[in-house]
Design a protein around this ligand. Sequence first.
Ligand SMILES: Nc1ncnc2c1ncn2[C@@H]1O[C@H](COP(=O)(O)OP(=O)(O)OP(=O)(O)O)[C@@H](O)[C@H]1O
Length: 248
Amino acid sequence: MYIPLAASPVYRGAKTSVGVTGLQITFDRAEVRYGEKTALEALTLALCERRIGVIGLNGSGKTTFARLINGLAKPSSGSVSLDGLDTVKDDKAVLSKAGFIFQNPANQIILPIIRDDIAFGPKSRGVKGAALNQAVDAALARFGITHLAARRPHELSGGELQLAALCAVVVTAPELVIFDEPTNQLDIRNRAMVKAAIEGLEQQAIVISHDLDLVADFERVLVFHQGRIAFDGEAAEAIAHYREIALS
Ligand SMILES: Nc1ncnc2c1ncn2[C@@H]1O[C@H](COP(=O)(O)OP(=O)(O)OP(=O)(O)O)[C@@H](O)[C@H]1O
């Protein structure tokens, strides 16, 4: 039987890649309320691992937590920072450091042609001409989707859409990429494709997922339950803890 913990648990020392860390993500009593509803209870936490998984039941606060990290959501009280940059006060700098891939990537591909959508980010940062073409070509090639460049989003499979959205984020050179359920509704082949893309990513990654295989090799996994962290530590232990919560 799962016994809820009274406060955010102490991080239980998951394996970390020696000497290789990502951005320092700091939650300082950060809380999110929507009217009467507390989506995330006051959270104090420091994260710097390169692969961080976030798991938990529907409505447990995972997306709210992830959106706080790049400033898509604002804390009702407390603060969140990325390498010392406040996600509210320094929102533009934070957005350029941390990219976010939404649950439904079709919603974030805004231009009718994939290539144009991937070019949009660097273009709006002043990259143009040959440099822009080179950056887009390199991103497409990096994720093996050069052949999809001239297509429209509705002509892509779910896995291809994820890769296109990832391309559009990575081309702007963020240091961190946050994925919200990247393998949701994908078949085994597409899941493997997205998993490989995340594994090969140079950037630090935070992955929210109900697909436990996806985070099974991650350095650190957080388990959310009822708006707070019920477990924080090594992947196998975190998954076992989550199963206990889910099946109790
Ligand atoms: N904009 C909002 N207004 C009101 N309530 C919200 C809002 N966003 C989230 N919530 C509530 O906050 C709680 C946490 O939601 P959140 O989306 O963070 O959960 P989640 O763990 O990501 O869920 P799922 O796995 O279903 O995506 C839920 O009860 C949800 O209904």
